[in-house]
Structures are given as structure tokens and as C-alpha cells.
Design a binder for this molecule. Structure first.
Ligand code: FES
Length: 143
């Protein structure tokens, strides 16, 4: 009964390949793991996300090209997470208020905690350190 892990590598590869067809190659790293999601989904160096005020208070912004999602539940309180879906590695699709969705299979995440609001994803989005430097958002490890 439990002789296979959730989502065989072959099936995942096919799904990611389909997802990438219309995304001009974005998310290739996220889909190329095939190892159950062990590929790094968080930045290993600081990432400049641009103006901090681009993230609305009480809302979130998706940085698909950087594979990050940032929310600002209250003024000046920023939360950042990997935007690589913990289900099968697609990059999240969009945000609405404080929720982010992955249309690959329909998972929904809370952008203030990373928690799963709706599956099939079973694990929260990994948290990423974020700070404001001279009015710009910088995610990832500090210097
Ligand atoms: S990769 Fe399946 S719901 Fe996101």
C-alpha cells in the first residue's frame, strides 16, 4: 500500500514540463528536483525585491521571477516565503489579499504564515528573512 511516495518523479516531471510550457522557462529549478522537494526553495544570498511600498498594507505581492511572495499584514511588518509550492514544485500563480494560490493543482497558502489553506500541498511555504533597506525590500540572508 505505501510502496510509493506521493507523486512519483515521472509524474511530477510531466506536470512540471506542462506547467513550464507557457511560462517561458520560469520555475525550471523548482520543477527539476524530482527528489520530493529537497531542492533549495529559498534564496542563499540577498535578493533585492524593489520598493517596499509595492507590497500593500493588508496584502501581498508575488515575485514569480524571484520565486518569493511577500506580505505586509500590518504597516511595516513584512513576511516573506518561498513561492515554490510545496506540493510538486510549481511557482505560485497569483495572490489575492493575503492568500496565494498555485493553479497547478489548486493549493492555497496564507502569505502571513506560509500555512496551507487548501491542499493538495501538505507542508507550509518555507519562511525567508526579509528587511527594508533604504526603502527597498531585501529577502534572504543578511551580509
Ligand atoms: S504544485 Fe501541485 S498544487 Fe502547487
Amino acid at each position: 500500500m505505501s510502496d510509493s511516495s506521493p507523486g512519483s518523479p515521472g509524474r511530477r516531471t510531466v506536470l512540471c514540463g506542462v506547467a513550464l510550457t507557457g511560462a517561458a522557462g520560469l520555475g525550471l529549478t523548482a520543477c527539476s528536483g524530482g527528489d520530493g522537494g529537497r531542492a533549495p526553495a529559498v534564496p542563499t544570498a540577498p535578493v533585492d525585491l524593489g520598493a517596499a511600498d509595492a507590497v500593500p498594507v493588508g496584502g501581498a505581492r508575488l515575485y514569480r521571477e524571484k520565486k518569493l511572495v511577500v506580505s505586509q499584514p500590518s504597516e511595516g511588518d513584512y513576511k516573506a516565503f518561498s513561492a515554490v509550492c510545496t506540493h510538486a514544485g510549481c511557482v505560485l500563480t497569483s495572490v489575492k489579499e493575503l492568500e496565494a494560490d498555485c493553479t497547478c493543482h489548486g493549493s492555497l497558502f496564507d502569505t502571513t504564515s506560509g500555512e496551507v489553506l487548501a491542499g493538495p500541498a501538505g507542508a507550509p511555504l518555507p519562511s525567508v528573512p526579509v528587511r527594508v533597506e533604504n526603502g527597498r525590500l531585501v529577502a534572504g540572508p543578511g551580509d
